[in-house]
Design a protein around this ligand. Sequence first.
Ligand SMILES: NC(=O)c1ccc[n+]([C@@H]2O[C@H](COP(=O)([O-])OP(=O)(O)OC[C@H]3O[C@@H](n4cnc5c(N)ncnc54)[C@H](O)[C@@H]3O)[C@@H](O)[C@H]2O)c1
Length: 307
Amino acid sequence: MKALVTGGAGFIGSNVVKFLIEKGWEIRVIDNLSTGSKDNLNGLDIDFINGDICNEKTALEVCENIDVVFHLAACVGRQKSIDHPQLDSQINLLGTINILEGMRKKGVKRIIYSSSAAIFGELIETSIDEDHPQNANSPYGVSKLAAEKMILSYSEIYDITAICLRYFNIYGENQRFDLYGNVIPIFAKRIFSKEPVTIYGDGEQTRDFVNVKDVARANYLAAVSNVETQVINLGSGTSITINKLLDIMKGISTVKVLVENQPMRAGDVRDCKANINKAYSLLKFDAQIELNEGLKEYMFWYRENCL
Ligand SMILES: NC(=O)c1ccc[n+]([C@@H]2O[C@H](COP(=O)([O-])OP(=O)(O)OC[C@H]3O[C@@H](n4cnc5c(N)ncnc54)[C@H](O)[C@@H]3O)[C@@H](O)[C@H]2O)c1
């Protein structure tokens, strides 16, 4: 099988590429290296195209001779989208249309899309299934939702099967600290550099963290299954408080950590957990990497690669 992985030099994309290579797939990556890094793909035998999905001609060319597209290239994150709303929609929506047009013209019949729980906006249930109301409340949530709807509409109109995987919080190898980063790399950076760690609110808010290797496997399962067009929530199906997360990371590092408390940020949800029944029933997906183990591996990777 030959796959195109858009955003394959990024955190999740590079893990998807690695998983597919281990399964014997031939891989082409398109990535403009805006946030990704070629280092994430070191040692992997792939066809790497340094290009932009916002370029229609490039998006068409990279779809030549491809069986499945894994579409991950995106402008990622709520705050980044608030700071750069046009860029966010340009990549996440218009870039997605370019890839869909490339698929249509080159006859690619399956797409696995990396969607996001951000499409739900404010969460009104504690265990989030696929029918949770979609009230995206950031430019990022809106563009990811619009791209998901666009992909589903292409699937209605053309001979394209689309599996949209709506990720909750993902962590693991190749996840580096950045300005708009997620809590786990932020904690790792602060802990190892002995800087105070900030907790917003009382720290008792909960999140669902799933390891990126489980997510890579879910992408593979979605590609090889004969499941027809679907939206599927993807997390661990469990949740943990931010205080407990910090405790585990402190324990692993054995560094003495100073905690600073700040007021809860506007737009932050209180509790968040994926209901992964559909992922299990359709893809036989369950999260296999236990958080303690995954965090140990991540902290080790972070120390070796990011300090
Ligand atoms: N990290 C999470 O917890 C999370 C949660 C929900 C959804 N997602 C989704 O998963 C996908 C991957 O996210 P990630 O966390 O790996 O982010 P990332 O920033 O590490 O990966 C995105 C990749 O896309 C590339 N890219 C960006 N714009 C591009 C363009 N115009 N053309 C070509 N390449 C471009 C970047 O260089 C990068 O390599 C995204 O679609 C994101 O919305 C991530």
